[in-house]
Design a protein around this ligand. Structure first.
Ligand code: MN
Length: 270
């Protein structure tokens, strides 16, 4: 290879490089980088975790405009194995109804939110105007939490878990008894008012968590599979201050088939 040939090559290369840089300079700044192979590809998983899955019902999100008090799926006295009729009536007709009323009242001030579900608002609280953010958090949370709560109890509930939830509980906690113990302890340790939950976390693992007040786990990116209400209004008439006894008895009305259904909704999405 002659020196002359190499020189020609070099001149061509420099000219080429100059032209390319001229081309970029003419495009103006900023130059948008094209995707590189190291960038995270958008997969079904990425999309699923960026959305707010329906949490209240398996097939639809919970409407907030208007929010409506759902009917109890059984009679007030149907859960006597764990909860007395008077508590059920007050809890549903007064407490839950008040969360619904307060949510509707707050949202009247902001018609721009009228197409957003309760899940979408609680999953992104920072997007809610500040003047109603706490009201939406507490009352949207109250509406969502109680809507789940009524469904995951049944007069025919109780006993050992069945189906996929039984397997997952055994795998994660060792046994149903170990899970129950951990769940009850967490519920007992929740200071003041709140909820104890079994959730699925972002790593797709089961986890027991508690939330204060009416916070729902979706605000922390966790999918609630089942939860128990440990506010005093949930148990005080029958159990007075004996929360531990309420937590123990509550397992007699747990609706495992509904909980299995909730698990499957989430596994299909993730
Ligand atoms: Mn309650």
């Amino acid at each position: 290879m002659s020196i002359k040939f190499l020189r020609q090559k070099l001149v061509l290369f420099i000219t080429g490089a100059f032209l390319v840089s001229l081309l970029f300079a003419c495009q103006g700044t900023p130059i948008v980088e094209s995707p590189t192979p190291t960038a995270t590809p958008i997969t079904q998983d990425t999309i699923a975790t960026n959305q707010f899955p329906p949490v209240a019902y398996p097939d639809r999100e919970l409407s907030a405009s208007p929010a409506q008090l759902p009917k109890l799926p059984y009679a007030y006295n149907a859960l006597e194995k764990a909860i007395d009729a008077e508590t059920m009536k007050l809890h549903h007709d007064r407490h839950h109804a008040t969360y619904v009323e307060n949510l509707n009242e707050a949202l009247q001030k902001h018609s721009e939110l009228k197409n957003r579900s309760v899940e979408a608002m609680l999953g992104d609280l920072n997007s809610i105007p500040e003047d109603i953010r706490e009201t939406v958090r507490n009352n949207g949370g109250g509406h969502l939490n109680h809507t789940i709560f009524w469904q995951i109890m049944s007069p025919n509930g109780g006993g050992q878990p069945t189906g996929e939830i039984a397997q997952q509980i055994n795998q994660t906690f060792g046994s149903f008894d170990a899970f129950k113990k951990q769940f009850n302890e967490a519920g007992g340790d929740r200071f003041g008012s709140g909820w104890v939950w079994l959730v699925r976390n972002a790593q797709n693992q089961l986890q027991i968590v508690t939330t204060p007040n009416q916070d729902n786990p979706i605000t922390d990116g966790l999918y609630p599979i089942m939860g128990n209400d440990v506010w005093e209004h949930a148990y005080y008439l029958r159990y007075q201050n004996r929360r531990a006894e309420y937590l123990d008895n509550w397992w007699n009305v747990v609706n495992w088939s509904e909980i299995n259904r909730r698990m499957q909704v989430k596994s299909q999405q993730s």
